[in-house]
Design a protein around this ligand. Sequence first.
Ligand SMILES: CC(C)(COP(=O)(O)OP(=O)(O)OC[C@H]1O[C@@H](n2cnc3c(N)ncnc32)[C@H](O)[C@@H]1OP(=O)(O)O)[C@@H](O)C(=O)NCCC(=O)NCCS
Length: 287
Amino acid sequence: MNITTRLSRPDESATIHEVIDTARWGITRECVELVLTLDPQGYVLGLDETGRALGVGFGLGLGQTAWLGHLVVRPEARGQGLGTRLFTELLEKVKQAGRWPIYLTATEMGAPLYAKFGFVLDGGLTRWEIPENSQVKVDESWSRHPDIQVLKIKEEDLPEIAEFDALRFGDNRGELLALFYRLYPENGRLARRSDGQLAGYVLGGTLGLGPFVADADAAGPLFAEALTMPLEGRPPRSFTFLDANTQAAELCQRAGLVSTRTWVRMRLGEGCQPKDETIFNMSVAHG
Ligand SMILES: CC(C)(COP(=O)(O)OP(=O)(O)OC[C@H]1O[C@@H](n2cnc3c(N)ncnc32)[C@H](O)[C@@H]1OP(=O)(O)O)[C@@H](O)C(=O)NCCC(=O)NCCS
């Protein structure tokens, strides 16, 4: 079969999402649209002679680093080299854009492929969810912190949040955070200490919750808020974070959440020092 590849166009979220959905990961079309908003040519598509998309993947540059994700080949087209070809092109794309280091989160199926390209293991990731037919147990004491106040995020808070986030996430992803905020302005919360200092934030996201980054003292109050705020019909909330964040795992356990899925974060190159113990929810695709 003669397969061609090309970069995405801004209006291709339906086609791209349909291919990704063959992996049954629960990735929403909104998530694909988010990538295309940040970079309309963010995906590479592999197409057959009729123009049908057989495989996709994205490579997205943030301020300094790059993230690769959503690499999926339709089941009937696997094992013929397309996954490797798409990945090679994505890697080249972000390298040419000068982004470094390059990150991805891998499933068990994807990890051997990435290791061949020199990617190394950089921490385990676990998703925690509320079990079906189960009530979440929010401990009232979490939200009662003497020095922390939780407030709704306003548009003018965004530059401060981007700066706070960059010091912990390890790169400036202000544009991505602003997009999440504007998608779900009702679900943005920040935590401030009595001296006015920012101590954490949580945003609404395409999988219920979006980025959630906090220092240790703000984690409980924001976690209680993230567990209880209405999500307006979006997917049930879940928390995905590095296993290095033991405080997050403890809060999840106390709230009755259970671990449901695992990935590994992989990295090519050096130069970014994320503080994993401050990250309470991340997107497996965009960090
Ligand atoms: C991972 C995936 C994208 C690879 O695509 P592909 O077109 O099959 O990839 P290739 O044909 O280039 O093969 C690349 C490697 O994938 C692995 N692979 C391919 N077919 C496989 C199969 N049937 N079973 C297990 N592993 C397989 C092998 O490690 C292979 O390397 P090799 O050819 O040197 O042995 C594809 O299997 C897929 O979409 N899987 C489901 C989604 C997923 O897990 N994506 C990765 C997210 S991190």
